[in-house]
Design a protein around this ligand. Structure first.
Ligand code: FJE
Ligand code: FE
Length: 368
């Protein structure tokens, strides 16, 4: 033990650094030693201060470093997205053809088992119908139907004498409320195509008087910006508003994007939103995600806006739909959508006996 200590001491004393330090101290008398001690404590204080400043700077910088890095990485991705919280695609669904009505086929997306309902939306059908197929006399209660013609014409007749034909680009926004009985039949030759969306009504609006809002193609608000054209069916885009009154707050846009164009469309926070691709293919949500083609429905996650890129060589056409969720129980029995089973029972009885809004149901049948 002691021998190793001595050897260590010997080794240290022979080391040039150790000896020179000893020599320096040894050569200096007491006042100088004091001077030296005070100057080293001053130097230590300076060092400590520097360390403190560095530490403060370090902790001040730490929270700003990650966002700065995120911002630079997103802006370096060719085009920055102007949203604080961009919406991304959380579900992708191909709407496959299925029989509906009388001899008609629809591509249903919302309303299938995989996508029961996306509050406040109950159903989205892309219909392709040729005579004599169609949707003969049937009732509705508790929600709205929005029919948007993509190609051809459809004639509508209801039990209150309301009759009309909508053609390519026209919209019929029907609030069924307490009750409508109607027929919806193709009016032209060949295939008649369109989209029908069902929007739920809140409990306080389910039994209101029926109402129609019909817009001819020429009266639908349009806007254009940087290779993107939009037909504004409900809500606002590019600073242009639709005149349609939406009892359940809804936005409904028909976008057509030229090859190479991009779109950044705000969508109200807290609203449920989806995209339905009508034609072509596009990149939705994240610029690096895989392109999606026609007849797909994309459910969007939370956020403040949607970004879309058309990286293909052909036009991209899609509907962007968003709505404020009602947050109420949904009990559906075919064309009746209420809040409770008792209300569904009531609706079926009312329709059967011709009461509470279905008074004209019994003695009416369409001429179609
Ligand atoms: C309906 C069966 C139906 N999708 N798309 C049962 F076919 C219908 C119905 C439609 C419909 C109508 C048009 Cl124009 C377009 C549609 C279903 O009319 F309401 C029930 N209950
Ligand atoms: Fe209908």
């Amino acid at each position: 033990m002691t021998t190793t200590m001595m050897r260590l001491r010997q080794h240290l004393s022979s080391s040039p650094i150790y000896t020179s330090a000893i020599a320096r101290i040894g050569n200096n008398r007491l006042p100088l030693q004091k001077q030296l001690r005070t100057s080293t404590t001053a130097r230590n204080n300076k060092l400590l201060l520097l360390l403190l400043v560095l530490l403060v700077l370090f902790f001040l910088l730490i929270p700003t470093v990650p966002p700065a890095r995120v911002m630079s990485s997103s802006s370096s991705a060719a085009s920055s997205v102007p949203f604080e919280n961009p919406r991304s695609v959380v579900k992708k669904l191909l709407a496959e053809s299925q029989p509906e009505g009388q001899g008609a086929t629809v591509r249903r997306s919302i309303g299938r088992h995989e996508l029961r309902n996306l509050d406040p939306f109950l159903m989205l059908d892309e219909f392709s119908v040729s005579k004599p197929a169609g949707f003969p006399d049937h009732p509705h209660r508790g929600f709205e139907t929005v029919t948007y013609m993509l190609e051809g014409a459809f004639t509508h007749q209801d039990f209150a004498g309301h009759k009309g034909t909508i053609r390519t680009g026209d919209v019929q926004w029907m609030t069924a409320g307490r009750g409508i009985v109607h027929s919806e039949m193709p009016a032209g030759d060949g295939v008649q195509k369109g989209l029908q969306l069902w929007i739920n009504l809140s409990s306080k609006d389910k039994m209101i008087e029926p109402k129609y809002q019909e817009l001819q193609s020429k009266d639908i608000s349009r806007a254009e910006k940087d290779g993107v054209e939009v037909r504004i069916i409900a809500g606002e885009a590019f600073g242009v508003r639709s005149p349609v009154y939406t009892r359940t707050p809804t936005m409904y846009m028909d976008f057509t994007m030229r090859p190479g164009s991009q779109l950044h469309q705000p969508v109200p926070q807290g609203w449920n939103a989806f995209v339905y691709i009508i034609d072509g293919e596009g990149v939705f949500g994240r610029e690096t995600s895989a392109p999606v083609s026609a007849h797909h429905c994309l459910v969007l996650g939370p956020g403040d806006g949607l970004s879309v890129w058309n990286k293909s060589g052909a036009p991209l056409r899609f509907a962007l739909v968003a709505g404020q969720p009602l947050g109420e129980p949904v009990v559906q029995h075919g064309p009746f959508v209420m809040n409770t089973r008792a209300e569904i029972q009531q609706a079926m009885e009312d329709f059967y006996y011709g009461r509470n809004g279905f008074e004209r149901a019994q003695q009416w049948s369409s001429s179609a």
